[in-house]
Design a protein around this ligand. Structure first.
Ligand code: MV4
Length: 498
């Protein structure tokens, strides 16, 4: 067993990983930037090491500083969490070179899946279905040829892609040239790689992903699917296990699970990973990409399978064999997760960090909260303002939905804005209840007439509150407005008072 593990991350996932490490009797080492000195992951760790100024490029992305921290504290392994360096092949390789175990897949697997065309080649070789398209970077002329053969609409994608950057839908030949140039220049800016490939566009797809888990001895299982169709600008909003579609067509789980394992095997994959699929309106599924890390939404899989994915990751990294086979994996009930953000759903989801002045957490039957906040904490502006993941479990999807609405009602966060109220609207939505989910759901949800602006009286309340606050500050001898507000807060307020 490892005696000490460093967590190369922050926020809720650092806290989540530490919880399991503590249960395993492993000493935890946190790293933190100057913006995170008071953050929960630092408070919770047994040991902690500063790694630089707030910008992640100077702290959480600094391989050298993180390895130094591991050396200084005598850590034997590093858990990368998600984001930051978690899918950086050079980091995985540098850990191994430094004699540290990277709790994740091999650098070679990360590299193979990092290129979307290389990943397609792996899937094709494995016999996993892919969307009709090219598995190599293409020129504008080749894109023209592809469109002539396969008809519009097509989708241009960045080879180095991810997150929808460098992606362009093209509906007619007249738009191809400008879309191609735009996609390439966006890809160049985002990934310093302008290469583009092309796929036939799938209309109103679902996004369903399969969790896989492999050991370093060639054993691999899948842990079923997660439905992640509810996204906004390529950010997942609500995730579920099981997928309501798969629940209706149970044979899909086996077919997609086996297809995912074939692709992962072909990449020589071990540890936890996720194979993403698009599912079209005829329920045909296509390999999209593979995420070579623990996913944000892993708790819904844990709730339904009863497994601890972080514990399994650590055991696999130690060289242990998977403690069960595919037949022993079972799924019970239904889990839903909402990503609770410090953001303003009434103002284009603008991040809204600031000081938490009030906090009541949801509790009770079937509720799991993976968070990193406490009363009085200031949500830093420098990072993704994810406050917590609220997940619930119940026997059925309908009961889980009601339970989530109940938990959201209990959740009270003061001082900042959150998307908690927005989730209540989504979970009460008829289309959501009927599980008619697809990747255009959130856009259509707003079109169906859900308010995208704060009610007018809220603006008056805010103006009153602001003037009361200003006069209270003046009489207390402080400059009006108190201490310097964050940039996000300021911009949020200005917008509100316009
Ligand atoms: C697609 C697609 C339709 N057809 N590929 C978006 C991010 C990137 N990882 C892949 N994405 C898509 N690829 C074809 N051939 C639609 C999307 C897509 C999407 C996929 C999953 C979840 C949400 C999405 C939102 C918009 C577009």
């Amino acid at each position: 067993m490892f005696r000490k593990v460093l967590i190369a991350n922050r926020g809720e996932i650092a806290v989540r990983v530490m919880r399991t490490l503590r249960e395993m009797g492993i000493t935890t080492v946190a790293v933190y930037s100057d913006a995170d000195r008071t953050s929960l992951h630092v408070r919770m760790a047994d040991e902690a090491e500063p790694i630089g100024p707030p910008p992640s490029a100077e702290s959480y992305l600094r391989i050298d500083r993180i390895l130094d921290a591991a050396r200084r504290h005598g850590a034997e392994a590093i858990h990368p969490g998600y984001g930051f360096l978690s899918e950086n092949a050079d980091f995985a390789a540098a850990c191994e070179d430094a004699g540290l175990v990277f709790i994740g897949p091999s650098a070679a697997s990360i590299r193979a899946m990092g290129s979307k065309t290389a990943a397609r080649q792996v899937a094709v070789a494995a016999g996993t279905p892919v969307v009709p398209g090219t598995s190599e970077a293409i020129t504008l002329d080749e894109a023209r040829k592809f469109a002539a053969e396969h008809e519009y609409p097509i989708l241009l994608k960045a080879v180095a892609g991810g997150g929808g950057k460098g992606m362009r839908r093209v509906d007619r030949a007249a738009d191809l040239e400008s879309s191609f140039r735009n996609a390439a220049s966006e890809a160049e800016r985002a990934f310093r790689n302008p290469e583009i490939y092309v796929e036939k566009l799938i209309e109103r797809p679902r996004h369903i992903e399969i969790q896989v888990l492999g050991d370093r001895h060639g054993n691999m299982v899948h842990l079923g699917e997660r439905e992640c169709s509810l996204q906004r600008r390529h950010q997942k909003v609500v995730e579920e296990c099981p997928s309501p579609l798969v629940a209706l067509h149970p044979e899909m789980r086996k077919a997609m699970g086996e297809a995912a394992i074939r692709a992962a095997r072909a990449a020589g994959y071990y540890n936890a990973g996720t194979v993403e699929f698009l599912v079209d309106e005829k329920r045909r599924f296509y390999f999209l990409e593979m995420n070579t890390r623990l996913q944000v939404e892993h708790p819904v899989t844990e709730l339904v399978t009863g497994l601890d994915l972080v514990r399994l990751q650590v055991e696999i990294a130690l060289g242990s064999r998977l403690p069960f086979g595919q037949e022993q994996v079972g799924w019970r009930g239904s889990a839903i997760e909402c990503r609770i953000y410090a953001e303003d759903p009434y103002n284009n989801f603008l991040p809204y960090p600031g000081k938490l002045t009030r906090l009541t957490r949801p509790l009770g039957p079937g509720v799991r909260l993976d968070g990193c906040v406490y009363d009085g904490w200031v949500v830093p502006v420098e990072y993704d303002p994810l406050l917590a993941k609220l997940a619930v479990w119940a026997e059925t999807r309908d009961e889980a939905t009601r339970r989530m609405i109940r938990a959201l009602r209990e959740y009270d966060v003061g001082g900042i804005r959150t998307n908690i109220g927005f989730f209540r609207q989504i979970l009460e939505d008829e289309e959501f209840r009927a599980a008619r989910l697809h990747t255009g759901f959130i856009d259509e949800f707003f079109v169906r007439g859900h308010p995208t602006a704060a009610p007018p009286e809220l603006r008056e309340v805010a103006a009153l509150a602001a003037s009361l606050y200003a006069s209270a500050s003046v009489s207390a001898g402080k400059p009006a407005g108190g201490s310097a507000p964050s940039r996000w807060l300021q911009s949020g307020r200005e917008d509100l008072l316009r």
